[in-house]
Design a protein around this ligand. Sequence first.
Ligand SMILES: [Cu+2]
Length: 311
Amino acid sequence: MNGPSTLDTYGSQTSFSSAGTGADATLVLTTAMSVAAAVIFLLVMGAVWLAWRRDRPGSVWWIWGGGVILPVIALGTLVVASTFTLAAIGRVDDGAPVIEVTGHQYWWDIVHDPEGRALRDANEIVLPLNIPVTLSLKTEDVIHSFWVPSIAGKMDMVPGRINRMTVTATEAGRFRGQCAEFCGLSHPLMAFEVVVLPQAEYDAYLEDLRSEARDADTAQLARGRDVFLNEGCIACHAIRGVAEGARLGPDLSRIGARATLGAGMWRMNVGNLAGWIADVQDMKPGAQMPSYNHLSGPDLRAVAHYLASLK
Ligand SMILES: [Cu+2]
């Protein structure tokens, strides 16, 4: 099993098509607000035109009708509609399986917890199709905001708090998410992908997370694994079955299966991996990882090939 089968394209990021229950509610409200705003704009322009044409002082009706009654009706309707939408977005189903998402400067830690065992991944959230899942949203440093406009509403990740929302993805595919709260230099580069899979493929993905990372089964891959073990990478990164426990950086057990490198920034391939390791500050300014520009060419190539093979 090589992980999800839909790993060949970038996902889209838009609020104007909905592929999940939270996004449904937001789309209805957005459309209604846009139409209402357009109608009110036209009415105001009409009033301006009338005021221009008629040479008479403003009557009491204009002040009470246009200045008080109409705004109360318009704003009151919006308050009620957005309250219901907020309730729909923030709904939590206690029986749903939980996926823990933790924001870091500038990446996402993902933990699936199907039987009380933490199955770890990073920067790519795999969701089962048409099954409610509760996202448990935390942060390890500053305030981030979790936002996948096609699937769900937006929710902040606040230090010392756990915010939860239940989402149901209603369309299989790949969708882009983005940190939506300024969190430092690389905030705009803190994206992620959501992959929605039918149940059987989702189960296979969880099975992937339960098993050890792929073996280094050629001389070059074994050399790459040794570079990973000996150059200090294991202080921050874990690979299941190779070096476990480190939590400072993304889990790399299936990094080669992800579509992107650097939390949604670059296409995942050997060349970008090598560039990342050698000069990460050039590829993602502000990233907390140091550049490994002292590695020899063959070592760099070997470790990049090794990471790309982990899928
Ligand atoms: Cu952020």
